[in-house]
Design a protein around this ligand. Sequence first.
Ligand code: 5RP
Length: 228
Amino acid sequence: MSSTSYTQDELKALVGQAALQYVVPGEIVGVGTGSTVNKFIDALATMRDQIPGAVSSSEASTVRLKALGIPVLDANEVSSLSVYIDGADEIDGQGHMVKGGGAALTREKIVAALSKRFVCIADESKKVAVLGKFPLPVEVIPMAAQQIIRQFAALGGQGSIRQKDGQPLVTDNGQYIVDVLGLQITDPLAFESQVNQWPGVVTVGVFAHQKAAVCLLGTPRGVETLTY
Ligand code: 5RP
C-alpha cells in the first residue's frame, strides 16, 4: 500500500471525517473531547440536519458543538446512545485506552457508559503494546490527592497534581487531576477496578471496562479500521 506524508493535524482530520460513517441518522451521538474530536465536531456539522443532537463530554466540546448549530442534550435526557466518538492518549491491541489528557475523563467515561459502541479516533502515535507511557490521568477529590499519590507510589508510580497557570487545574466537575508516570498497566481491567476502589478517586483514566469497539487509526497509509 502506498504511503503519504500527512501532518499529525491532517491525520486527526482524516479520522474525524471517517467517524461520520458511524453516526446513525436520526439518533443522538455521544461526543468526546480533544483536538481529534474537534475535527470530528467540525465534520459533524455537515450532518447537523440529520441528527437530533449530541451528548457532550466537556464544556469545551459543548461550546464547539453549539457554535456549529448542533443541539447539546443533557446526559440525563437519554437512556442509551448508539455510538460514542472520542480520542485517546493511548490505545492497546485490545482496545483498552488511557484517556484524560484534556482533563475530561469523568464525563467521557459517563457518556461512554451510556453508549453501545465506543469508536476511538486517533493517530498512529497513540497505539501502544502496554498502557502506561503517557502519564495516567486520575480525577480526584482535592483532599485525597496526597493520599492517592502515596498509593500510586506503592505501585511504582510518580504522581503529581496537574497545574494550570501556577495553580492546580480544576476540572469541569470542580476536582483535581493527578498525573501518574512510571506505570506499566499489563492488566487494564484489574487495574481500573483496583484504583476505582480508593477513597477520593473520582475516575481513573484507564478505559478498560468502557473500551473501544472500533479504532479509526490515522496512518501514513490512510485510515485503518481496527475492531476489538
Ligand atoms: C480528553 C481526552 C482526549 O480524548 C485525549 O487526551 C486525546 O486528545 P487529542 O485528540 O487532543 O490527542 O481524553 O480528556
